[in-house]
Structures are given as structure tokens and as C-alpha cells.
Design a protein around this ligand. Structure first.
Ligand SMILES: Cc1cc2nc3c(=O)[nH]c(=O)nc-3n(C[C@H](O)[C@H](O)[C@H](O)COP(=O)(O)OP(=O)(O)OC[C@H]3O[C@@H](n4cnc5c(N)ncnc54)[C@H](O)[C@@H]3O)c2cc1C
Length: 596
């Protein structure tokens, strides 16, 4: 059974020593009274909940999976899931960063970020039930009418009901413009929705009494393609005007997917059979409304892989200190034992440090972005809001794709550290690998994220968002340019910044000639950008560590070692990525389709 120690110290280091979270938050009207003690206390309690309540049901829940009663269409989550969820609701966790108007606690979003990292470490499959509900809350909070918000939000905020996002159909996943589900307007202002959705996470389960489905469908006169999609809220049970539950609605689970990982998360085939729904937002503008949910979910998926990377690392590091195999090439390191612990072997260390660096880099990037999100939703300064909006928009595809690709690499490395034991269910390592794989696929595959980054976010606005983010890096480089101790970080960071500028210009020029050049370079480009972000945050973390390690606190020594490892062993990957990005379209398209 895997162990998990919530990385409270690292979270507090980022919040208080690197990112100055408290003054940033205090400058925002809703958080003027926030203090470090509150942030710390919430994180500590969240960590306890994750480790004590969610972790114990993760491995058995994976073995058991969800079950469907085909007669009643009822889905039962694995043993312990319902009880853990009830404790979650009782503890007030769903309300943490929700609007007080609807019963929320109004605490900063960055706390939700920290909480969810820990929930994901303890059990990604379980964490998907509250996670999707929060994303549904965000979409309704932005796009719902006052009546819809008053009726539905309090129950999502309290956690009494959960939410889903129903986009995918069997013939359309990436290209939602193809979707066929239909919505017929009724004389009472409601809609009757019919269609079939697949792969709907938490689409049916026994954790709560009602489920609010956010469904994409087409109105009768809708234009073809993505401009003809509308968003509807379709409750499992009808909701009376006083909030009480009415009859069962015509939406049910027709099948459960048997899948590679996240077995405890019910992945449902959902049938809408003349189900009654309400329109959310304007007709035919459903995709834009759904984007609130999708963007939140994309950051959430990055956070899933951060959680898995951290827990896999912790278990692999502990194992590597205990497992005795072979002697170090340079001679015995534990002569009193039958063999040396495998942590003496350089390649075992490389695997461990890779996972550690990917966890710490991702935590810095995600915490920074969550703080930017807080600024975005809470500032009353227009310029500041625009700056935060641009930053979040630029970083969202990077977080979704770079962090999940790294999560796959990291969990596989950590499994490898366990040797054959990593392939056996009981250690939990193979579950982390299987769970991590989906994060590269759903919420828009990582290829789609890279097209979003290079095509829309970078080239689509002539590099304006990129330049704004680049200014942050340039300011840091300028500020630390004369700090001798920081040169090992500042020089490669500045060099990579210049290379990204040149690469972006070159790809922009190529794209003028042939738009497919974007598709040929985008995945490599996103990975280079991910490294630029990590290099920036590792440099900032190293600066603090260099200043404070003199106090003798080994946390800073370890941070510095990790930053140096990252710069020496992982960042150089950018050289080959830039080469392959430059290699362009021709090697991909030259071969005739018939030859595949
Ligand atoms: C476990 C699980 C849970 C899920 N949960 C939900 C959920 O809760 N709600 C929901 O609505 N959906 C959900 N999904 C669906 C998921 O979001 C889709 O599977 C995903 O978006 C990809 O769509 P697709 O499977 O149809 O693949 P396709 O769209 O068919 O893509 C196939 C391949 O083609 C590539 N491709 C497609 N278009 C392009 C392009 N323009 N350029 C380059 N490459 C391209 C893709 O990157 C991919 O590699 C879930 C899926 C799974 C497996």
C-alpha cells in the first residue's frame, strides 16, 4: 500500500517565500483580511483529509472499480467512496473557494489548487467527483441566470449534488462541431434534449442524491459546426422551484467503460431521452460558456498529474533507500549490509530526481497560475485583470500538456525504481502509471493543447501574451544579472528566452507559407515553453534557497540540488526539441498516405 506525506513545506515555501501570496491576495478586495496562518491551516487540514481519508480507499477502489445495475441504471462507486465523500462535504471542503453568496467560504482559489494536488496524490479517481463539480460550479457561476444560480449553485457549493460535463459523443471528441444531440424548445421555456454521450466522468454514481449535467446540444435552427452548439443544464432529478427534488429526468447511464486506469471514477455512456433541460447562456454560444468549465478542468488535469508525480516520487524514494541490490560501481556504500541500497546507483537517482524536479517545477507553475487566477477573478483594476487573463490563457495549455506528459514520464520512472515489484498491483506503482495516462488524453489531447498554444495563444495574437510573460522572465534576468551565485541559472534561462523568441518568429514566418507548419512544430514548441516556465521558476526557487540555506535548513539544500539537477539533466532537452521543431512539415508529409 503506497504512503503519502502531503508536501506542506513545499507549498508554504512557494506561497510565502517565492510567490508572496499573502500581499498579492490582500491587495484583492475579497481577500483583504487573508493571512499566512489561514493559508497554512487550510493546507494542513486538507493534507490530513487526503492522507487519512482518501489514500486508504485508492488502491482497493482501483481493484474493485464501479458497477452498473443495468435494470435500474444505478452506478455504485467502490467501497468507501461514498463515506469519504460524505466526510468531505461535512468538512465544508467543496465550499472552500466558492462565492459566499451561494454558501461558499470565499477563500482564494490558490487554496483549492493546493487541496486538489493532495487529493489527486491520495486518489485521482475519487477526486474527480468533487473536481468536476467544482468546474460545473464555475461555468454556472459565470454563465447562469440569477435564477439558475440561486436554484443550483448552493447545492454544488455544499457538495450535496455533483456536476458533470457532457460533451463527447461516439463520433466526436476533439471536433465538437460534429455533435448531434438535439434540444427542442418547449412552450414553457424549457428544452427537451435527446442524444447519446460517451466517456462522461462521474456521469452516474451513488455519492449524492442529485447530479447536474452540463450538456452540449444543438437547437433545431442551429448553424452547422461549432457555432451551432448550446449549453444546457440537465438534472438527474428535476428540481422544484423551492430546491426540493422532483421526478427522475430522462437522462441515465446505459453502460460503464472498462478502462486502463482511474477505475474508481465512473466513466459513463449517457443516454438523454427527451430529458428536460434549461438553456445556460445565449443560444448557439454554448461552446464559449463551456470553455469556462473546460479551462478550469484543463488546469485541474495538470494538477492531477502533479499529484500523481508527487506520490509516485515519495514512494519510489522511500523504496530506493531500503531495497538492497548490487554494490555501487565505486565500491560498497553499506558494507555492513548484504548489498547497497539501490539509491547509490546513478541511474536510480536520475529517475528519482526527474520525478522530484517535475513535481517541484509543476507545483511552482500551478501555484503561480492559481494566484494569477485569483487576481483575474477578484481584482478591480482593469489592467491587472487583463494581464492576469493573458497569463492564465498562455499557461493553461502548457500546464495541461507539459505537466501531464511529465507525469507519465515520472510515474513510469518511479515504477521502474521498484523493478518487478512496480509491475505488481499491491505496491500501487502500476496504478499511478495507469491513472497518469488518461491525463494526456482527456480535456483536449496534448496535441490539441499544443495547437492552442502555438496557433491561438502565441501566433494568433502576434505574440502579445508571450511577450508579456517574457517580460517577467526578462525582469528577473535583469535583476539577478549581477548576482554571481545565480549565474548558473540566469545564463541558461536568458539563453533559452532568446531561443524561444527566435523559434517563435521562425515558426510564424513558416506558418504564413503553410498553416500545417504549426501542426508540425506545435508539440515540440509546447515542450520548449514548458521548460522555459520550469527554468524560470527553478531559478526563482534557487534564489531563495541560496539566500536561506546558510541557516542550516536542509530543505533549501535539497531545493538547490533539485534545481541544479533540473538545469543539468532535464533542461538540455530543449536543444533537441528546437531542432525537431525546426525540421518542419516535409519529413511528416512527404510519404504518401497509401504507404502507411
Ligand atoms: C476516462 C475518460 C474520461 C473522460 N471524461 C469525459 C467527460 O467527463 N466529459 C466529456 O465530454 N468527455 C470526456 N472524455 C472524452 C475525452 O475528452 C476525449 O476522449 C478527448 O477529448 C479526445 O477525443 P476522442 O477520444 O474523440 O479522440 P479524437 O478526437 O478522435 O482524436 C484522435 C486523435 O487524433 C488527434 N487529432 C484530432 N484532431 C487533430 C488535429 N486537428 N490536429 C492534430 N491531431 C488531431 C488527437 O490528438 C488524437 O490523438 C473522457 C475520456 C476518457 C477516456
Amino acid at each position: 500500500m503506497p504512503q503519502y506525506n502531503p508536501p506542506i513545506r513545499d507549498m508554504q515555501f512557494l506561497l510565502h517565500e517565492v510567490l508572496d501570496a499573502v500581499p498579492t491576495l490582500q491587495a484583492l478586495p475579497p481577500h483583504a483580511e487573508i493571512d499566512a496562518d489561514t493559508l497554512n491551516a487550510v493546507i494542513e487540514e486538507g493534507g490530513k483529509f487526503a492522507a487519512q481519508v482518501v489514500l486508504p480507499i485508492n488502491l482497493p477502489g482501483d481493484a474493485e472499480g464501479c458497477t452498473l445495475d443495468k435494470t435500474s441504471h444505478a452506478v455504485t462507486a467502490p467501497q468507501g467512496y461514498k463515506e469519504a465523500y460524505a466526510q468531505y462535504v461535512q468538512g465544508g471542503w467543496p465550499a472552500l473557494s466558492c462565492d459566499p453568496t451561494y454558501g461558499g467560504q470565499g477563500l482564494p482559489l490558490v487554496l483549492n489548487q493546493c487541496l486538489y494536488e493532495m487529493l489527486n496524490s491520495a486518489g485521482q479517481a475519487w477526486a474527480m467527483y468533487p473536481g468536476l463539480s467544482h468546474a460545473a460550479y464555475e461555468a454556472l457561476h459565470v454563465h447562469g441566470t440569477p435564477e439558475q444560480k440561486a436554484l443550483f449553485l448552493p447545492k454544488l457549493v455544499s457538495g450535496e449534488w455533483t456536476g458533470t460535463m457532457c460533451l463527447t459523443e461516439s463520433h466526436c471528441g476533439t471536433d465538437l462541431g460534429l455533435l448531434r444531440s438535439k434540444a427542442e424548445p418547449q412552450s414553457d421555456g424549457s428544452y427537451r434534449i435527446s442524444g447519446e454521450k460517451i466517456f462522461i466522468s462521474a456521469g452516474e454514481h451513488d455519492l449524492v442524491e442529485n447530479i447536474l449535467h452540463l450538456v452540449l446540444a444543438r437547437l433545431p435552427d442551429a448553424p452547422a459546426g461549432s457555432k451551432g452548439i448550446s449549453l444546457f443544464i440537465v438534472p438527474k432529478f428535476h428540481v422544484n422551484p423551492d430546491g426540493s427534488l422532483g421526478d427522475r429526468n430522462g437522462i441515465y447511464c446505459a453502460g460503464l467503460e472498462h478502462k486502463m486506469g482511474i477505475h474508481g471514477s465512473a466513466t459513463c455512456q449517457i443516454v438523454l431521452d427527451n430529458a428536460v433541460g434549461q438553456l445556460v447562456g445565449a443560444p448557439n454560444k454554448g461552446l464559449a460558456a463551456m470553455f469556462v468549465m473546460m479551462n478550469g478542468a484543463r488546469l485541474g488535469v495538470g494538477n492531477q498529474s502533479l499529484g500523481l508525480t508527487e506520490v509516485a516520487y515519495q514512494n519510489a524514494a522511500a523504496y530506493a533507500k531500503e531495497r538492497l541490490q548490487m554494490r555501487a560501481l565505486s565500491g560498497p556504500k553499506a558494507p555492513d549490509k548484504a548489498a547497497d541500497p539501490i539509491i547509490v546507483h546513478p541511474d536510480v537517482r536520475k529517475m528519482l530526481l526527474t520525478a522530484r524536479a517535475y513535481a517541484e517545477g509543476a507545483r511552482a507553475l500551478l501555484t503561480f497560475t492559481a494566484l494569477q487566477f485569483d487576481v483575474l477573478v477578484s481584482t478591480d483594476d482593469d489592467d491587472e485583470r487583463q494581464q492576469a487573463d493573458d497569463t492564465v490563457a498562455l499557461l493553461t495549455p502548457i500546464i495541461k500538456a507539459f505537466v501531464t506528459d511529465n507525469g507519465w514520464i515520472a510515474t513510469t520512472h518511479c515504477q521502474q525504481v521498484f523493478g518487478g515489484h512496480g509491475y505488481i498491483h499491491g505496491t500501487g506503482m502500476e496504478q499511478f502509471v495507469r491513472d497518469a495516462r488518461i491525463n494526456m488524453i482527456y480535456e483536449g489531447t496534448n496535441t490539441i493543447q499544443s495547437l492552442d498554444l502555438l496557433g491561438r495563444k502565441v501566433l494568433g495574437d502576434n505574440g502579445k501574451k508571450l511577450k508579456k510573460f517574457g517580460r517577467l522572465i526578462a525582469e528577473f534576468v535583469e535583476q539577478e544579472g549581477t548576482n554571481e551565485a545565480m549565474q548558473e541559472f540566469i545564463n541558461p534561462l536568458a539563453e533559452l528566452g532568446d531561443k524561444v523568441t527566435k523559434l517563435t518568429t521562425e515558426l510564424g514566418m513558416k506558418a504564413f507559407g503553410n498553416a500545417d507548419e504549426v501542426g508540425a512544430a506545435a508539440v515540440d514548441y509546447l515542450r520548449v515553453m514548458g521548460h522555459l516556465c520550469f527554468a524560470y521558476f527553478f531559478a526563482r526557487m534557487a534564489k531563495v534557497a541560496l539566500e536561506k540555506r546558510k541557516d542550516g535548513d536542509l530543505f533549501y539544500t535539497a531545493k538547490l540540488h533539485t534545481a541544479r539537477f533540473y538545469y543539468a539533466k532535464l533542461l538540455p532537452e530543449t536543444a533537441s526539441l528546437i531542432r525537431t521543431a525546426r525540421a518542419g512539415l516535409a519529413p511528416l508529409m512527404a510519404m504518401d498516405e497509401a504507404l502507411f
